[in-house]
Write a protein that binds this ligand. Structure first.
Ligand code: CA2
Length: 176
């Protein structure tokens, strides 16, 4: 008899045909497009999300987006992502980049691969923005490329997921 446990484990070890990517936006990013365009550009969060969901559809992937101003809600969404078998996360932790051990711990616990993204170049700004609690766990970091950075991060996620073996590990990349 196949137990529930076995079938779930099997489901997890076989990458889904339709990759599932979660894009997480931290606090205040709901204000995008309305203030501080010098740092964060003119695109609204809706503009960014619409472009990402459209690109996902074109690639046969499910792209979900979530923004919240509260640390606990973001942590809960990361836990939910593990439960939903999300394959990859693109996250702009915003102000929590520089403060949140708890959000870092949630990402570490779920072990879902993620790219950290920032609209502005955090290394060209105040010293307190130079440290991130996420970068050492991230597959990679995009910083300073504005809204375009989200598209690049998603392209990477799609590429990463297309290059999985049937067991979920990465195929080795050819040297260019
Ligand atoms: O550059 C980024 O994407 C940041 O993650 C944005 C955070 C900041 O604390 C990080 O150091 C770098 C701030 C997000 C605030 O978003 C706003 C958007 C529009 C108007 C005001 C704030």
């Amino acid at each position: 008899m196949t137990t529930k446990r076995t079938s779930r484990a099997a489901a997890k070890s076989v990458p889904s045909l339709h990759p599932h990517v979660l894009v997480l936006h931290g606090p205040n990013l709901n204000l995008l497009g309305s203030r501080e365009p010098v740092h964060y550009g003119l695109a609204t969060l809706d503009d960014i999300n619409r472009a990402l969901v459209g690109r996902g559809k074109a690639a046969g992937a499910q792209v979900e987006t979530f923004q919240h101003n509260h640390e606990g809600a973001l942590i809960d969404r990361v836990h939910q992502a593990a439960h939903d078998h999300v394959d990859f996360i693109v996250i702009n932790p915003a102000g929590y980049t520089h403060t949140s051990v708890a959000l870092r711990d949630a990402l570490a616990a779920t072990a879902i691969p993620f790219v950290e993204i920032h609209l502005s170049n955090i290394y060209a700004r105040e010293a307190f923005r130079h440290h991130s609690y996420f970068s050492d766990l991230a597959v990679g970091v995009v910083s300073g490329l504005g809204a375009h950075g989200y598209e690049l991060a998603l392209e990477y996620a799609l590429h990463h997921l297309q290059n999985r073996t049937p067991h979920g590990s990465q195929k080795t990349e050819k040297a260019h």
